[in-house]
Design a protein around this ligand. Structure first.
Ligand code: PMP
Length: 375
C-alpha cells in the first residue's frame, strides 16, 4: 500500500503510541477529575499535554479545551461563538464541519456572509471588510488556516486585522496547517483555533478548541463543569497524552518535515506532468507542503481509482468521498463539475518516500494514460 492520504488522516507516530500505551493499561485506572492519587496522576499527565498543545500555537495551557476532534471544536466555536444579535462570516472553502453550522445559525436569526475565493482558493481581505461593513452588531469570522483539499494557505494575519478593525472575533480551523507551518495565535490576532489529533500523527478521537481570554463561546455540553465549564465530560487521559506528544513532535519536526515533504510533492508533480500531458494543478505551489491536487481532464477519478486499490489517494475531499457530489472547494475555485470529478488529491506526510512518490505517479499514469482523451 502506498499511503498518500495524509490530509485525511496521518498514521500514529510510534513515539505517540509509546506515550499513550501506559495510560491504557489497567493499572493506570483513574478519573483525572477524581480527588485521589490515581486521579491526580492522570490530571498531571493531562496538564502536561495541555501545555504541549498550548505551546504549539503560543497560548496559555488554560486556553486549551480538549474536544473529540476538530468537528466538535469547529461546532463549539461557531454555534457557541457567534455573539447574541451578531453575524458570522466564513469562507466558501471551509470544511463541512464549519459550513454545516450555517443552517442552524440562520435558523437562530444570525445574519451570515460566505466569502468567495479566487482561482487559487484565497480569501480577499477586502471582501471580508465589505462583508463585515454589511453586518449589524458584533460578528464572528471563521476562515481556515490552510485548505484540506487544495492546500491553499489563507492570509490569516491580514484577515484578522480586518476583523479586529470591525471589533469581530476571529476563529481559524488550523487542522491542516499545524503539521508543517508555524502558527502563533497572538502574533496573528486569533481568538479561537481548532486542531485535530489525527492530522498531526496523533490519535483519532481527540482535538482541541483554543479559546483565548477574549473569546467566550457558549458551551454545548456544560455537563459536569470540566474544562472551565466550556466542555463537560471526563477527559480521556491516553488521548490527551497522545495529542500532547503529537503537538510536541510537530513543534520539533515541523520545519524539517515541511522542507522534505515539499520537495517530494514537487517531485510528484513533475513526474505526473511528464507522464500525463494535459494534467492541471489546483491551488498554488505556495500551498501546504503535503498537498497536491490535480485535474486530469476527461477522467472519472473515483471510477479510475478502483483500478488502483494499492494506492491510497483521495478524489476531491476525503470527507465527501463516496457522496458523489463534486467538491464544493473545487467549484468555489471555478472548476466545472466535470473537472471536479476528474480531480485527485495527494496527501504526502512524514513517512512518505521518494520511491513511493515515483511508483504512485507511474502506476497512476499507466492506468489513467489510456483513459485520457487524445486531443
Ligand atoms: N477541518 C479540516 C480542515 C479537516 O481537514 C478536517 C478533517 N477532514 C476537520 C476539520 C475535521 O476534523 P476531525 O476529523 O478531527 O473531526
Amino acid at each position: 500500500m502506498i499511503y498518500l492520504d495524509h490530509l485525511a488522516s496521518t498514521p500514529l507516530d510510534p513515539l505517540v503510541l509509546e506515550a499513550m500505551l501506559p495510560w491504557m493499561r489497567p493499572d493506570a485506572a483513574g478519573n483525572p477529575h477524581a480527588a485521589h492519587p490515581a486521579g491526580w496522576r492522570a490530571a498531571d499527565a493531562i496538564d502536561q499535554a495541555r501545555a504541549e498543545v498550548a505551546a504549539l500555537v503560543g497560548v496559555q495551557p488554560g486556553e486549551v479545551v480538549f474536544t473529540s476532534g476538530a468537528t466538535e471544536a469547529n461546532t463549539l466555536a461557531l454555534l457557541g461563538g457567534v455573539p447574541a444579535g451578531g453575524g458570522c462570516v466564513v469562507s466558501a472553502v471551509e470544511h463541512a464541519s464549519v459550513l454545516g453550522c450555517l443552517p442552524e445559525l440562520r435558523r437562530r436569526g444570525h445574519p451570515l456572509a460566505v466569502l468567495p475565493v479566487d482561482c487559487m482558493g484565497r480569501v480577499d481581505p477586502a471582501a471580508l471588510d465589505t462583508a463585515l461593513s454589511g453586518l449589524p452588531g458584533p460578528a464572528l469570522v471563521s476562515v481556515m488556516a490552510a485548505n484540506n483539499e487544495v492546500g491553499t494557505v489563507e492570509p490569516l494575519a491580514e484577515l484578522a486585522a480586518v476583523a479586529a478593525r470591525h471589533g469581530a472575533a476571529m476563529h481559524s480551523d488550523a487542522v491542516q496547517a499545524l503539521g508543517t507551518r508555524a502558527l502563533d495565535m497572538a502574533a496573528i490576532g486569533l481568538q479561537g483555533l481548532s486542531l485535530s489529533g489525527h492530522k498531526l500523527y496523533g490519535p483519532m478521537g481527540i482535538g482541541a478548541l483554543i479559546v483565548r481570554r477574549d473569546f467566550r463561546p457558549v458551551p454545548a455540553s456544560p455537563g459536569g463543569g470540566q474544562q472551565r465549564g466550556l466542555r463537560g465530560g471526563t477527559l480521556p487521559t491516553p488521548l490527551c497524552v497522545g495529542l500532547g506528544t503529537a503537538c510536541r513532535l510537530a513543534r520539533m519536526r515541523r520545519d524539517e518535515d515541511a522542507q522534505r515533504i515539499g520537495r517530494l510533492r514537487d517531485r510528484l508533480w513533475q513526474r505526473l506532468q511528464s507522464r500525463l500531458p494535459g494534467i492541471r494543478r489546483n491551488g498554488g505551489a505556495e500551498g501546504l507542503a503535503g498537498c497536491l491536487n490535480v485535474t486530469i481532464p476527461g477522467i472519472d477519478a473515483a471510477d479510475r481509482l478502483l483500478d488502483l486499490p494499492e494506492l491510497a489517494i483521495a478524489t476531491g475531499s476525503a470527507c465527501h468521498s463516496g457522496a458523489g457530489e463534486p467538491s464544493h472547494v473545487l467549484l468555489a475555485l471555478g472548476l466545472s463539475a466535470a473537472d471536479a470529478h476528474a480531480s485527485l488529491r495527494f496527501g504526502l506526510g512524514r513517512g512518505t518516500t521518494a520511491a513511493e512518490v515515483d511508483e504512485a505517479a507511474d502506476r497512476l499514469a499507466s492506468v489513467l494514460g489510456s483513459a485520457m482523451p487524445s486531443s
